[in-house]
Design a protein around this ligand. Structure first.
Ligand code: NDP
Length: 325
């Protein structure tokens, strides 16, 4: 088998010299539940830059089964295998591969290339479907911004948004990409190398943004976050502008949000004044039942009010600062 390897983790922007092609000998015979596969299509994805697996460079492939000792994996059929950058592999179909993937037969569907199982019907398409449709709550009329919109994930997000009746704004890095997005039905597209996201949003989303599907991060994200409308949804899917940072640079907190699938939500109490009576009743009961403990620092005298206020910023108050007149 021919195998691409890296000798050390990437540092900064990956270089061709980081990669080395080596030969590996595979076993001569197959054991029960094993198949011998030969790669037909590979995918390369941005996450390869940031994921370091003990098994080497990760990649899914559509492979042909050259020999088989596994039920339901007949010789000659195509299989999805997550076995890295290698031309041939022997895998046990009952054991998980890289990232927990299981081998799956690629169905033959007339008119569809098997390579689509690595893209629009594969990991990027499933990502777009689940992250956008099932997590962003798109509604007709929503203004949706998608970055890296012509890419594997972004182009699916944009088309799904369009199908939901949203107004779709996409960005890409070339004229050709922008033209393709227009042909897909994107309402507004812009080349972020020619117009800044801030200016593009002023032009195409003057009323603000309801859904931001972030594939890029960096200044783009800052610009969109400053344009959010009330109750906007933000999905941090990727931070590609950031992947080539050096190890000793300050970590990007959006990567943490992504990896933890954390939900970040804003809240402004002054928009919820009608809820006060209901919640006050609950709070009163909790205090009476001693399930909530109050704590106050009481400053005596109206004349001491300015000092009590200034003390807040020094931490002089312990619990709620109150002035007793
Ligand atoms: P793409 O097919 O979109 O390919 C990457 C594209 O990103 C490039 O073509 C380029 O397009 C754009 N790009 C590269 N560098 C920059 C930069 N510095 N600033 C702005 N744009 C840049 O990749 P995918 O669709 O596979 O992935 C898109 C994003 O989604 C990535 O960040 C990826 O890591 C993430 N992702 C996350 C998943 C998850 O589970 N959270 C799953 C799959 C992908 P252009 O010419 O427009 O600049």
């Amino acid at each position: 088998a021919k195998v691409w390897k890296t000798e050390k983790p990437f540092e900064g922007t990956p270089q061709l010299s980081d990669f080395k092609l080596v030969e590996e000998k595979l076993a001569d015979t197959l054991k029960e539940d094993e198949i011998l596969i030969e790669a037909v299509y590979f995918t390369v994805d941005p996450y390869i830059r940031v994921l370091e697996l003990p098994t080497g460079l990760p990649a899914e492939q559509v492979a042909r089964i050259v020999d088989s000792k596994a039920k339901d994996f007949p010789k000659g059929s195509l299989v999805l295998a997550h076995v890295g950058w290698r031309s041939h592999a022997i895998i046990n179909v009952k054991e998980p591969m890289n990232l927990g993937y299981k081998p799956a037969i690629v169905p033959q569907v007339a008119g569809l290339s098997p390579s689509l199982w690595l893209g629009i019907i594969g990991m990027p398409g499933v990502t777009a479907y689940m992250a956008f449709l099932e997590r962003c709550d798109p509604k007709p009329g929503d203004v949706v911004v998608v970055s890296a919109a012509s890419g594997a994930v972004g182009s699916v997000v944009g088309q799904l948004a369009f199908s939901k009746g949203c107004t779709v704004i996409g960005s890409a890095g070339s004229k050709e990409k922008c033209e393709w997005l227009k042909s897909l039905g994107f309402h507004h597209v812009f080349n972020y190398k020619e117009i800044t996201p801030v200016d593009a949003l002023k032009k195409y989303a003057p009323e603000g943004v309801d859904i931001y599907y972030d594939n890029v991060g960096g200044e783009f994200t800052e610009a969109v976050l400053n344009s959010l409308r009330p109750n906007a949804r933000v999905l941090i899917c990727g931070q590609i502008a950031d992947y080539n940072r050096k190890r000793d640079e300050v970590p990007n907190p959006y990567v943490k949000i992504l990896m933890a699938e954390a939900k970040v939500q804003g809240f402004l109490i002054f928009k919820h004044l009608d809820d006060f009576p209901r919640v006050r009743k609950e709070l009163t009961a909790l205090v009476q039942q001693k399930k909530l403990q109050p704590k106050e620092t009481v400053t005596n005298g109206f004349q001491n009010m300015p000092q009590a206020f200034l003390d807040l910023f020094k931490g002089a108050n312990f619990g709620k600062a109150i002035i007793k007149v």
